[in-house]
Design a protein around this ligand. Structure first.
Ligand code: NAD
Length: 488
């Protein structure tokens, strides 16, 4: 088998281990892939180091680098159907959503392909006729790109595209649960003409194949997307050699609804916010906060609609959402709900696996609503990463802001109000990397994405996404060198 890409060569894992990838919707076998470890990671880093230090890519001008990214965008668009299918089989995600994820990847490669030509350095006024000062951008070096399983292709593209645009070489380590589109994307990079050793792929579990990338002295930067606990470990490991780290971590995102919001639209979005992809979205609006006067009616409407959500596999066109990624993850979500109930939350719907025999082989969990949640409960402190909505109530704008900010996370969230001024005021007071007003979930390649507080240190997308992968260097040139004479 040859699923690892090292130094331009497709190869198997050194220890010849393999892993079965199974579809979480029904347990069917999707693929058997190579499973690498520390030795494979070390080889991949050595290849990326050599390509950075001696290869042409870091010295290729921005124009041809951008052209290559635009070619990759075209190839991803060409293979949209196959990529979406592969993504759905690995993740259990509805095919319609996977198709949107492929569009997202195409837009990301196009965006950075164009941006890199315009984001140039600058000339600085030196105040003298005898010196020229320039500020230029250079690649950081060898980047370790580590990605999660929930949106594999977009998450990978958000790192690969800016890393390449800036002229870096990299080792990609996707989630061991969902490697298929990472393998396919690497094949497209090769087809687009990327020089050998610039893109390297290692597969395998985090502690074995990912951790060795985070403390390897030949790695200059770690860009990591995943859970908060893993992120802390990655940051600590990278500290030993003071690597640049870009962390995109967990969220527990408030969706704040004022009484003057458009009731029907806000209810509709409250459902999409949390139950899309069964809540396995970092920005899921898992924390519904509703103003007192509409609280009961609003929650009743959400519960009514949540009970009717149809579950099913990725290719079931009637399904509205799908399974969780694994049995272990479903057990974690179940434990999270149990803890909430033990702390005094009230179960309004869901809370168990469905009893439909057609879903028995998948890791399904019913859309769940817990109300009577309040500060101090662990059910509000932690991310479930499942189809679980917690509900809180508030009496005033100040209380809404205080409660929404009362968390270690700061990834994303929304405010719903018919009062434009209030919506803007609240949005600016929320300590979140992204705030939607009267909407939930949209994301643009040209606008930065990233968390405040413990939701991360990095920025993806937008010009800030490119800046993550660049060093900035000041070059001062004396055009008429003369002795200074200070120590004459
Ligand atoms: P995870 O932290 O378990 O794993 C993420 C990646 O890290 C995987 O590739 C894994 O193999 C690897 N890994 C695990 N241990 C490692 C270690 N010690 N050293 C190096 N790599 C290691 O996360 P997950 O369960 O795959 O993904 C879900 C989490 O990701 C959720 O918390 C979600 O909020 C977060 N997420 C965040 C964003 C964002 O943009 N902020 C986007 C998507 C997902």
């Amino acid at each position: 088998m040859t699923d690892l890409l090292i130094g331009g060569r497709w190869t198997g894992a050194i220890d010849e281990r393999t892993r079965e990838i199974r579809c979480p919707a029904d347990g069917s076998l999707v693929a058997v892939v190579d499973e690498g470890g520390g030795k494979d990671a070390a080889e991949a880093v050595a290849a990326a180091r050599q390509a950075f230090d001696q290869g042409p890519w870091p010295r290729t001008p921005a124009g041809p680098r951008g052209d290559l990214l635009l070619r990759v965008a075209d190839l991803v668009a060409r293979d949209k159907d196959a990529l979406a299918r592969a993504e759905s089989l690995d993740t259990g995600k509805r095919l319609a959503e996977s198709r949107l994820d492929v569009d997202d990847a195409v837009a990301c490669f196009r965006y950075y392909g164009r941006l890199v030509r315009t984001e140039t350095g600058r000339v600085v006024d030196t105040g003298t006729a005898h010196a020229v000062s320039r500020v230029v951008h250079e690649p950081v070096g060898v980047c370790a790109l580590i990605t999660p399983w929930n949106c594999p292709l977009p998450q990978t593209s958000w790192k690969v595209a800016p890393a390449l645009a800036a002229g870096n070489t990299f080792v990609l380590k996707p989630s061991e649960l969902t490697p298929s589109t990472a393998i396919a994307l690497m094949r497209l990079l090769v087809e687009a003409g990327l020089p050998d050793g610039v893109a390297n792929l290692v597969l395998g579990p985090g502690p074995e194949a990912g951790a060795p990338l985070t403390d390897n002295p030949d790695v200059d930067m770690v860009s990591f997307t995943g859970g908060l606990r893993t992120g802390r470990r990655v940051m600590a490991a990278a500290a030993g050699t003071v690597k640049r780290t870009s962390l995109e971590l967990s969220g527990k995102n408030p969706n704040v609804v004022f009484a003057d919001a458009d009731f029907g639209t806000a209810v509709d979005h409250a459902l999409t916010a949390v139950f899309r992809h069964s809540g396995q979205v970092c920005s899921a609006g898992a924390r519904l906060m509703v103003e007192d006067s509409v609280h009961d009616a609003f929650v009743e409407a959400v519960v009514h609609r949540a009970r009717g959500i149809r579950l099913g596999g990725p290719f079931d066109e009637r399904a509205q959402t799908g399974p969780l990624i694994s049995a272990a993850h479903r057990a974690r979500v179940e434990a999270y709900v149990a803890a909430g109930l033990a702390e005094g939350a009230r179960l309004r719907c869901g809370g168990t696996c469905p009893d439909d025999p057609a879903l028995a082989d998948g890791y399904y969990f019913l859309p769940t609503v817990l109300d009577r949640c309040h500060s101090g409960m662990s059910v509000l402190a932690d991310e479930s990463f499942g189809p679980v909505l917690t509900v809180e109530r508030f009496a005033s704008e100040d209380e809404a802001v205080r409660l929404a900010n009362d968390t270690v996370y700061g990834l994303a969230g929304a405010v719903w109000s018919g009062d434009e001024e209030r919506a803007r005021r609240v949005a600016s007071r929320l300590r979140l990397g992204t705030v939607w007003i009267n909407d939930y979930h949209p994301c643009l390649p040209q606008a930065e994405w990233g968390g405040f507080k413990q939701s991360g240190t990095g920025r993806e997308l937008g010009p800030g996404g490119l800046a993550e992968y660049r060093e900035t260097k000041h070059i001062w040139r004396n055009t008429r060198p003369r002795p200074r004479g200070w120590f004459a």
